[in-house]
Design a protein around this ligand. Structure first.
Ligand code: CP
Ligand code: NVA
Length: 306
């Protein structure tokens, strides 16, 4: 059966275990030898494009990049027709989209002939979450994702697409997740990638106090206050989220051994200060490195079944 990665919540525990395992295995195979992977970006990207194209190359394949200016998802042509076209030439398409619903529309239009990978949508960023889990496991458990149960992860700031996928992935591994956000920026229930729907595993807590959120945290994580597409709200968001900036004072409320993660791009002086991002607690560059590990894991897992 054709495999897709649209959200973390849609993956079985066995699939996620396989992806984490395959992400860590040495790069010594040619799983994609001679095969193309379509990379479609409706929004800007550095890390995701870099990690996807290098992962495809690492596995012996080639990546073809399509920007929205060229193909016009739902403007020049419908997402369905773009999917039908790509599926004539590619077995795998990885997409960054404005609207998450595009994945299901493309899947149906192509009768599952082409694997779809979500490279960020408005509600989910699953390849980022896989990289985050691999980074956390490397630091705290010698790479063993199954040994992360009981860890405390605090997410502070705007609860974004990144927060949702991260929280679902961690809760399913038994990690406790606390989201510290003003009420209007908290996780919203329902929809795809809903951390509140995870049954069993870790405990999800919500608070509007940044210091309560990070108290006893092993990991402090933040993301942009102004996600792509929300630029018109910049002034209001800067005002509403100012107390949620991750600075040295906030980090001093976490465990002394706590590490700092950020999906990047960072907006230095907004959600995070230079001192914390560049400081001794920061694992952000290792986290970037594992974006490629994560893509290798996902691509190998997709090909495993075919
Ligand atoms: N973290 C992340 O997805 O970065 P890019 O937007 O640069 O790809
Ligand atoms: N929440 C951010 C993540 C960027 C990688 C955004 O959607 O813009």
């Amino acid at each position: 059966m054709t495999r897709h990665l649209m959200t973390i919540e849609q993956q079985s525990a066995a699939d996620l275990d396989a992806i984490y395992r395959l992400a860590k295995a040495p790069f010594n195979d040619e799983t994609l030898k001679g095969q193309g992977v379509a990379l479609v970006f409706e929004r800007p990207s550095l890390r995701t494009r870099a990690s996807s194209s290098t992962a495809v190359h690492e596995l012996g394949g080639f990546a073809t990049f399509f920007s929205d200016e060229e193909i016009g998802l739902d403007s020049r042509e419908s997402a369905e027709d773009i999917g039908r076209t790509l599926s004539q030439m590619f077995a795998i398409a990885a997409l960054r989209v404005r609207n998450h619903a595009i994945f299901e529309r493309m899947r149906l239009a192509t009768d599952d002939r082409m694997s779809l990978i979500n490279l960020l949508s408005d509600v989910a960023h699953p390849t980022q979450a896989i990289a985050d889990v691999v980074t956390i496991a490397e630091h705290f458990a010698d790479g063993d994702v199954a040994a992360l149960g009981g860890l405390e992860v605090a997410y502070v700031g705007d609860a974004t697409n990144v927060t949702r996928s991260l929280a679902v992935a961690l809760l399913r591994l038994g990690v406790n997740v606390t989201v510290g956000s003003p009420d209007a920026y908290q996780l919203t229930p329902g929809g795809p990638e809903d951390p509140g729907a995870v049954v069993g595993g870790g405990v999800l807590r919500r608070t509007d106090s940044p210091t309560d959120a990070v108290k006893n945290a092993d990991v402090v994580y933040t993301d942009a206050w102004v996600s792509m597409g929300l630029e018109a709200e910049t002034t209001r968001r800067r005002r509403d989220l100012a107390a949620f900036r991750v600075d040295e004072t906030l980090m001093s409320h976490a465990k002394p051994t706590a590490v700092l993660l950020h999906c990047l791009p960072a907006h230095r002086g907004d959600e995070i200060t230079n001192e914390v991002l560049d400081g001794s607690h920061s694992l952000v560059w290792r986290q970037v490195f594992h974006r490629r590990s994560a893509m290798v894991g996902v691509l190998r897992w997709i090909k495993e079944e075919k």
